[in-house]
Design a protein around this ligand. Structure first.
Ligand code: NAD
Ligand code: UDX
Length: 466
């Protein structure tokens, strides 16, 4: 069977870019991305490509090429479901904030709503693809809902987790290390459905990179891939503290250990802590599943990755306060970067939010600059923490469009995101406008410390004896 019409439910960081590439690479397939968020859909349809709801290098060019030809963004969810022969579910699966599993388990209410809607609307056979990251065995629940509430049509369920990283989404989608497709490999209809999805990807992905597995392996691989990646960051961050205490240099150690081909050199950049919508959520979910299965040691093992990450954010903020004579009360501090990594406007779980909160608790006044994050987003992130009133946040935090203005008259600058442009600034000009002594806390190790020290700055970098 060849797929002619695809519907993707969820026009977010995954649904938008993934479907744009699928459409671009499969001109014969009509791809409709739907969402209940009308503002988001309007932004995807905006004439001005600078207004797309998410920022990803290279994305606007892909959207420009395919939109209106075979790529559509719409709020007409029922219609898109009804017309499609393959439906991707790419809705959010955040950590639960209520009830059993609060703070740990994945909240599957949006997934269940999608399943019920697909079942209600579908009048013909459909292949339903789990694109969202889900707890292992969710496909079983999906199948039960679809079969019990549907109109007697056949549903085949596939798992096709997404491995793109934000900031490099277009490149990751164009050149994936692998595409993973899990399905019912023991039955003919299951195999047909898997082949239909393999064919969609085979338009641009080499066949040997398209892996097919049973559905549970696919679901579990996604959670564990993120857990392994996050574990590497926590490992190098744990090492960074050891480096600071011993005089070893974490970049040098990372290079030395990464040269071992069994370890590998990627993902060994010490930082102020990992953020993003995936790592913490997926590990908490893995910990929850392990604990639910009675696997206490397995759960404790993975939970430590989060404990280490929380510690890293906390100790960075505390280091700032202790370096500035144990008080930042009333002091102005500039935060350069608010996004959880460079080349994205996404701020979910960004380390900057937590460091800012600790500094605000110490009565600091913050000046924030990020090249891509909007003012309202920064205030919303602080509001969500619920530490103080919106009014207090607005009084204590000023948001700037100009990095030099943000750094004027401040006692310290903290680099929270590794945006390339921060390396290129005229740091002499910044120094001249600052209070003295002028402190720089480089949470990403991107600045040239020797050059800054020669200008007169006091510099702290992660993983270096200071
Ligand atoms: P997102 O919040 O950016 O987008 C999800 C969208 O789904 C939202 O726009 C929301 O309005 C919409 N939605 C929710 N319920 C809906 C419904 N019933 N009908 C129509 N639309 C609905 O989330 P995201 O970052 O794109 O993540 C989606 C999934 O992909 C999550 O499970 C996540 O874990 C996974 N994932 C994310 C990334 C990433 O880098 N962000 C990478 C890999 C996997
Ligand atoms: C991650 C996974 O990489 C991706 O495969 C999955 O699909 C979604 O989750 P993402 O969260 O978008 O992607 O970005 P990633 O590049 O993994 O970075 C996550 C966080 O770790 C960022 O805050 C980043 O700054 C931090 N990080 C990453 C480090 O601190 N050091 C590193 O060496 C690498």
């Amino acid at each position: 069977m060849r797929v002619k019409r695809i519907c993707c439910i969820g026009a977010g960081y995954v649904g938008g870019p993934t479907m744009a590439i699928i459409a671009q690479k499969n001109p014969s397939i009509a791809v409709t991305v739907v969402d209940i968020n009308a503002n988001r859909i309007a932004a995807w349809n905006d004439e001005n490509l600078d207004n797309l709801p998410i920022y990803e290098p290279g994305l606007s060019e892909v959207v420009k090429e395919a939109r209106g030809k075979n790529l559509f963004f719409s709020t007409a969810v029922d219609q898109a479901i009804e017309e499609a022969d393959m439906i991707f579910i790419s809705v959010n699966t955040p950590t639960k904030t209520y009830g059993v599993g609060k703070g740990m388990a994945a909240d599957l209410k949006f997934i269940e709503l999608c399943a019920r809607q697909i079942a209600r609307v579908s009048k013909s056979n459909k292949i339903v693809v789990e694109k969202s990251t889900l707890p292992v065995r969710t496909a079983e629940a999906l199948k039960s809902i679809l079969d019990n509430t549907g109109n007697g049509v056949n549903f085949q369920i596939l798992s096709n987790p997404e491995f793109l990283a934000e900031g490099t989404a277009v490149n990751d989608l164009l050149n994936p290390d692998r595409v993973l497709i899990g399905g019912d490999i023991d039955h003919e209809k299951g195999k047909e459905a898997m082949q239909a999805l393999v064919d969609v990807y085979a338009s641009w992905v080499p066949k040997e990179r398209i892996l097919t597995t049973n559905i549970w392996s696919s679901e579990l691989s996604k959670l564990t891939a993120n857990a392994f990646l996050a574990q590497r960051v926590s490992s190098i961050n744990a090492l960074s503290e050891l480096c600071e205490a011993t005089g070893a240099d974490d970049n040098e150690v990372a290079k030395a250990i990464g040269a071992d081909s069994r370890i590998g050199s990627k993902f060994l950049q010490a930082s102020v802590g990992f953020g993003g919508s995936c790592f913490q959520k997926d590990i908490l979910n893995l910990v929850y599943i392990s604990r639910s299965l009675g696997l206490a040691e397995v759960a404790d093992y993975w939970e430590q990755v989060i404990t280490m990450n929380d510690h890293q954010k906390d100790r960075f903020a505390k280091k700032m306060v202790s370096t500035m004579y144990n008080t930042v009360s009333g002091k102005q501090i500039a935060l350069l970067g608010w996004a959880f990594k460079k080349d994205t406007n996404d701020t979910r779980e960004s380390a900057a939010i937590y460091v800012a909160d600790e500094l605000l608790a110490e009565q600091a006044q913050l000046h924030v600059f990020d090249p891509k994050v909007q003012k309202q987003q920064i205030l919303n992130d602080l509001k969500t923490l619920n530490t103080r009133s919106e009014e207090e946040n607005a009084n204590l935090v000023s948001i700037y469009n100009d990095p030099f203005k943000a750094c004027e008259d401040v006692h310290a600058i903290a680099v929270m995101t590794e945006w390339d442009e921060f390396r290129e600034y005229d740091w002499q000009k910044i120094y001249d406008q600052m209070m003295k002594p002028a402190f720089v806390f480089d949470g990403r190790n991107i600045l040239d410390a020797k050059k800054l020290e020669a200008i007169g700055f006091s510099v702290f970098q992660i993983g270096k004896a200071n």
